[in-house]
Ligand binder design. Structure first.
Ligand SMILES: O=c1ccn([C@@H]2O[C@H](COP(=O)(O)O)[C@@H](O)[C@H]2O)c(=O)[nH]1
Length: 271
């Protein structure tokens, strides 16, 4: 028995035969002219991206950084409601984690979205308001995809284990409601494999394929637990139309489809 979020995600993955998470990071400087005059350009953009990609999307992953202003939150609300109207879960990439009363306030956003990313570095109490939401998916940062991640997350502790392994063990201890997943970047395939060995049952969110050049095969081989997990691409999908001929949004749909097919090749090898 897993948390309702992971049950829903598992059903969605099966229905669309896809583990693609489409990242909704509507950089205002890169939005096409066709949406720039809309009342809420980010929402107009996301709606068209969802229309173009939903057949290939297991999940949508808006990053909070692109919505943290008044209109941004309105755009996010509309986006989430639209994805839900298509029965698609939404994972907010917010990397939250703070002292108790602040964390409780941050966790309120889980009334709107279905899952969230959280930062483990303030410890268990900072995550309790999230972890206690049994119906939601809580993805703990274990080994991130950015180039500077190794300098901190690969640090060897006195026990001899790297920090990301310790975080992985803690995530297992904190998983009292079967609602925990891990964030592990596709740009660190060896760490991805090690973390999978340590946490065989946790679903991963694997960012870093596409624009960051991460390893798609490793993302599939190690990112899924019993077939459930997500491989995210944001810019590689939503801005695929920037350099393509033809319709901007059709190109996003095609990019999502291509990623789905590419990942499914590896899924079929691993099944
Ligand atoms: O380790 C991490 C954790 C989160 N992210 C986020 O995922 C997307 C990736 O965007 P791309 O355009 O596909 O590179 C973005 O929202 C990141 O903040 C990550 O990249 N790595």
């Amino acid at each position: 028995m897993s948390a309702p979020f992971f049950d829903w995600l598992g059903e969605r993955i099966e229905r669309v035969n896809s583990v693609v998470s489409v990242g909704l990071d509507p950089d205002p400087n890169r939005l096409p002219e066709t949406v720039q005059d809309a009342d809420l350009p980010r929402w107009a953009f996301n709606r068209r991206i969802i229309d173009a990609t939903h057949e290939h999307a297991a999940c949508y992953k808006p990053n909070a950084a692109f919505y943290e202003d008044g209109d941004g939150w309105r755009a996010l609300r509309e986006t989430v409601a639209y994805a839900h109207g298509k029965d698609i879960p939404v994972l907010l990439d917010a990397k939250r984690g703070d002292i108790g009363n602040t964390a409780r306030q941050y966790a309120e956003v889980l009334d709107m979205v279905d899952a969230i990313t959280v930062n483990p570095y303030l410890g268990r109490d900072a995550l309790d308001p999230f972890l206690s939401r049994e119906d939601k998916g809580i993805f703990i940062l274990a080994r991130t995809s950015n180039t500077g991640a190794a300098a901190i997350q690969d640090l060897e502790l006195a026990s001899g284990e790297p920090l990301y392994e310790h975080v992985t063990s803690l995530a297992g201890e904190w998983n009292n409601h079967d609602n925990v997943g891990l964030v592990v970047g596709a740009t660190a395939p060896e760490e991805l494999e090690e973390i999978r060995e340590l946490a065989p049952e946790l679903p991963f969110l694997v960012p870093g394929v596409g624009a960051q050049g991460g390893d798609e095969q490793a993302a599939v081989e190690h990112g899924l637990a019993d077939g459930v997990g997500l491989v995210n691409s944001s810019r590689g999908i939503i801005f695929a139309g920037e350099n393509a001929r033809g319709n901007f949004f059709d190109a996003a749909g095609q990019a999502a489809k291509n990623l789905k097919h590419g990942l499914n090749e590896y899924r079929s090898q691993n099944s």
